[in-house]
Design a protein around this ligand. Structure first.
Ligand SMILES: Nc1ncnc2c1ncn2[C@@H]1O[C@H](COP(=O)(O)OP(=O)(O)OP(=O)(O)O)[C@@H](O)[C@H]1O
Length: 337
């Protein structure tokens, strides 16, 4: 089990990671997300022992590192997978995976499991991006790490490959039975692949929870916006029910809100109709997404809401339309800003 307590990292006078606390179960995958420059890579580097920490401590199995008691990277048994694969170009797939290994049994296991047997003798230049990333993962897992860090492993790959490879990586990590922290810029990836998601903002972990909780009960407006399209509409919250201009829904207070509140609305919590006899808003813009269209509509009462509807529902900016809340599950409510 990995345990991190009050971990802080400073670069000179600037604090880049501030009092990070987390514990990971034995085969848990934590997806770490946050805006550029918020400290994600710094956290991975600190856990791997590549940079010094300023405060706090981390423990994994039989070692504990603190600012005074450093543990060198090679003593940590931590595996890393990077976005640029970091393979040796002059070595074959087999040689890359077995690099510095005395016992190659695990290497054979992962070469087979990740579908690389036919490429054992190939050099990396002959491989596709997805194959290279599989080799990098096989090399990491062949060393039997106690813990794996992945720094945007899919960001150099095209969309279709990303979708299949993320599941292969998840399955391989689960099969290896090791905890992992996986940094991604892709919210959908974070929500679908992670057992838990951590959202980092300026070096502070704003929320660490299941994907469902991060999406439907975000701890802050920042998390709400970061984890997907988020609109807010004013309402009144009383006895578990929120009343707004466009309907009444069950609500859950995320910050003790009561009385006058802002309701978090996701694009699929709303309906949009062009043919309604009482339009209550005007279309600002529309984005065609293939099977759906995302609309921004400003209500006559002032709020702009985003709604996703079937592609068959085609309206132009300026069109009048009717919006209503259609969800039956509780939506998050925040104290009025
Ligand atoms: N060696 C360094 N010296 C000083 N500041 C640094 C150093 N490395 C990173 N930083 C700063 O620390 C902050 C966090 O950087 P980090 O690379 O961890 O962010 P990140 O969340 O991984 O960003 P991205 O999503 O863009 O990869 C940034 O403001 C960055 O400029």
């Amino acid at each position: 089990m990995l345990k991190v307590s009050e971990l802080s990292v400073n670069y000179g006078a600037t604090r880049v990671v501030n009092k990070l606390n987390l514990e990971l179960g034995s085969d848990e995958i934590l997806m770490l997300v946050g805006p550029t420059g918020c400290g994600k890579t710094t956290i991975l580097q600190a856990l791997a022992g590549l940079i010094p920490i300023s405060e706090g401590q981390m423990t994994l199995g039989n070692w504990t590192a603190t600012p005074k008691k450093t543990v060198p990277p090679e003593k940590r048994n931590v595996g890393m997978v990077f976005q640029d694969f970091a393979l040796f170009p002059h070595l074959t797939v087999q040689q890359n995976v077995c690099f510095r290994l005395k016992d190659t049994k695990l290497a054979d296991h992962w070469l087979k499991l990740l579908g690389l047997e036919d490429f054992r003798d190939a050099k990396p230049a002959r491989l596709s991006g997805g194959q290279k990333q599989r080799v990098a993962l096989a090399r990491t897992l062949a060393h039997g790490p106690a813990f794996v860090l992945l720094d945007e492993p899919l960001s150099n790959l095209d969309a279709a490959l990303k979708d299949s490879l993320r599941w292969e990586i998840r399955d391989a990590l689960k099969a290896a039975g090791v905890p992992a922290i996986w940094v991604t810029h892709d919210q959908e990836e974070a929500l679908s692949v992670g057992d838990r998601v951590g959202i980092l903002n300026k070096g502070v972990l704003e929320q660490l929870a299941t994907p469902e909780a991060c999406y439907s009960e975000p701890a802050s407006r920042f998390v709400a916006r970061f984890m997907g399209e988020a609109s807010f509409i004013p309402g009144t919250f009383d006895n578990g029910i929120v009343t707004t201009d466009i309907g009444t829904v069950p609500g859950t207070s995320v910050d003790g809100a009561n009385g006058k509140v802002d309701l978090l609305v996701r694009p699929d919590d709303l309906s949009l109709r062009a043919d309604h006899e009482c339009p209550n808003g005007t279309v600002d813009w529309v984005r065609y997404e293939g099977e759906s269209r995302l609309y921004a509509v400003t209500l006559d009462s002032g709020s702009q809401l985003k709604v996703r509807v079937s592609h068959e529902n085609a309206m132009k900016p300026g069109a009048r339309a009717h919006m209503a809340l259609i969800t039956t599950h509780p939506l998050a409510v925040f104290s009025r800003a």
